[in-house]
Design a protein around this ligand. Structure first.
Ligand code: HXC
Length: 510
């Protein structure tokens, strides 16, 4: 028995070494942690249970039968994050560059199947040279098996990808189908075709970092949801995110102990909206002041900054927040912000996370680039997502809610449950000046008359009462009391049940 135990320990020891000391040192010299070190940081201490530690590839081409490493370049298993179960795979770049073989894919598929079956999130730590070149189509088949599982798991369990090294070719499509992608600055990149192919085909000269680094994907392409300085920060932020998320689509959002009075009155909010209706203010300040302990986990912070998306807690329960940001493009909706918010709303709805919408929107951004870029279809995504969502929806209009954007931003008409407005709200088809110039075109040459018409329009519409008189606004509330009113609103909606008519699936404008 002792011999067998020793043999087991020796085999484990060998497996833990992956591709060997030399390659581990190279990994460290690039500022990257090893696959196992990453799992240790991601999960609670001693909670990791590994599967398939001794699996090896079955390839016999190119002398591969002589090069076998236990585990075959990916470490898989489950563990806990603050006591809650998650499944994890972590690609080991020290074994064939973390490349994906048939057996490597089978290991990933195994834990994905278990995650769906047992209702727990899947977290993929990606660090891979792509398809295992020696295995040819067997490795492409392996990728497709993973893709199919990403699709089936979508909306069933949260899927999170962390890109911690190369991720190229078709390999990017597995992370692309997950709910959140995080990248590590300077050491990770994602692209469908790398800089060499780009140069050959298009003559463009571009570095890997420019083409698919963390900054590119968080600021330009919006492929990634967040960029972090190093492996340690990325993993600890994933832990923080998981704390906000339900484990699956059948379980409620987690409720954590909270130390912030839900009835807290914040007098500073009474002066948040400036007197000048065109002056900006920071909507993030409102979010932070509403949230338990001021904790806001922002998603896509660097992209389409005219809309804010992320998670907060109210009375310990997770709430998704979508908020126009008057500091950027005056808070207008455009193609990018509509796409960003629509995807976030759909995530929340899929996982029964209630949605808080904070509105200060002067309308959709005008211009040829927006129209040519298809703002009609992209704006419709957000409209569709809000209208389809059956989760509790609480909306607060702080200032402007003009035109189509009023309708889109979780209005009463899109089944908003509580629609509040501050006394500073202005709900109208458009701003007073634009409206006057259209309906009093005949008086355009007469400055005095136009000023009078504009003032009349403002008197009539630059307030929340016309909407409140019709019941489109449930209540006009004082800014200072917003946290209390919103907490009470969500508390009253905990038993909400609403079902859309049966369908195979809708046809959201893509
Ligand atoms: C087998 C691979 C490999 C691969 C790297 N290695 N990629 N082995 N298949 N795809 C091995 C190397 O041979 C090397 O082995 C070790 O991993 C580390 O690689 P290096 O090149 O030394 O590392 P580095 O300089 O950091 O470069 C990393 C890299 C580069 C940029 C990822 O290795 C590279 O370009 N690899 C090929 C990428 C690629 O074209 N993959 C196929 C993409 S197509 P030793 O023994 O020396 O340590 C694809 C299709 C998917 O993925 C389709 C899905 C639908």
């Amino acid at each position: 028995m002792k011999d067998i135990q020793q043999q087991l320990e020796a085999r484990r020891e060998e497996a833990r070494l992956g591709g060997g000391e030399r390659r581990i040192n190279v990994q460290h010299s690039k500022g990257k942690l090893t696959a196992r070190e990453r799992i240790e940081l991601l999960l609670d201490e001693d909670s990791f249970e590994e599967f398939d530690m001794f699996v090896t590839h079955r390839c016999t081409d190119f002398g591969m039968e002589k090069q076998k490493h236990a585990g075959d370049g990916v470490i898989t298993g489950w563990g806990t994050i603050n006591g809650r179960m998650v499944y994890v795979y972590s690609q080991d770049f020290t074994v064939f560059g973390g490349s994906l073989s048939e057996t490597h894919a089978q290991k990933i598929c195994k834990i994905m199947d278990m995650a769906v079956q047992n209702g727990a999130p899947v977290i993929g730590l990606n660090d891979s040279g792509g398809a295992r070149i020696q295995e040819g189509v067997a490795s492409l088949a392996g990728y497709a098996e993973v893709f199919q599982r990403n699709i089936m798991a979508s909306g069933v369990v949260p899927q999170i990808s962390v890109i911690m090294g190369p991720c190229a070719g078709g390999a990017v499509y597995s992370p692309a189908m997950t709910d959140f992608i995080f990248m590590v600055k300077d050491s990770s990149y994602m692209f469908v075709t790398g800089p060499d192919v780009v140069k050959t085909v298009t003559n463009e000269i571009v570095t890997a970092e420019e083409l698919g680094g963390a900054i590119t994907h968080t600021k330009k392409s919006s492929v990634a949801d967040g960029a972090f300085e190093n492996d340690v920060e990325a993993l600890s932020e994933v832990r923080r995110l998981v704390d906000f998320l339900p484990l699956n689509n059948q379980s409620k959002v987690p409720v954590r102990p909270f130390f912030d009075d839900p009835d807290r009155i914040d007098a500073s909010l009474d002066t948040l909206v400036p007197e000048n209706p065109n002056a900006p203010y920071d909507m993030k300040e409102l979010i932070v002041k509403l949230a338990d302990e001021g904790d806001f986990y922002e998603i896509q912070e660097e992209f389409a900054k005219n809309i804010l998306t992320g998670f907060i807690r109210l009375e310990g329960s997770t709430v998704g927040v979508v908020a126009n940001q008057p500091m950027v493009l005056a808070g207008c909706l455009d193609i990018d912000s509509s796409r960003k918010a629509a995807r976030f709303v759909r995530f929340c709805d899929a996982f029964e996370i209630p949605i808080l919408t904070l509105v200060d929107v002067p309308g959709f951004l005008p211009g040829t680039s927006q129209e040519f870029g298809g703002v009609i279809k992209h704006g419709a995504k957000l409209l569709f997502a809000y209208g389809e969502a059956t989760v509790p929806k609480v909306t607060l209009i702080t200032r402007k809610a003009y035109g189509g954007a009023y309708d889109v931003m979780a209005s009463k008409h899109l089944r908003g449950d509580f629609n509040y407005a501050w006394p500073t709200a202005e709900i109208a088809v458009m701003g007073a000046k634009g409206a006057t110039e259209i309906i009093h075109r005949a008086d355009l040459g007469d400055a005095e008359k136009i000023a009078q018409h504009t003032a009349d329009y403002e008197d009539r519409f630059a307030n929340p009462f016309v909407a409140a008189e019709r019941g489109f606004i449930d209540e006009v509330i004082m800014p200072a009391s917003s946290r209390k009113r919103i907490c009470r609103a969500f508390a009253s909606l905990r038993g909400k049940k609403l079902q859309n008519p049966w369908k195979k699936h809708g046809n959201i404008p893509l």
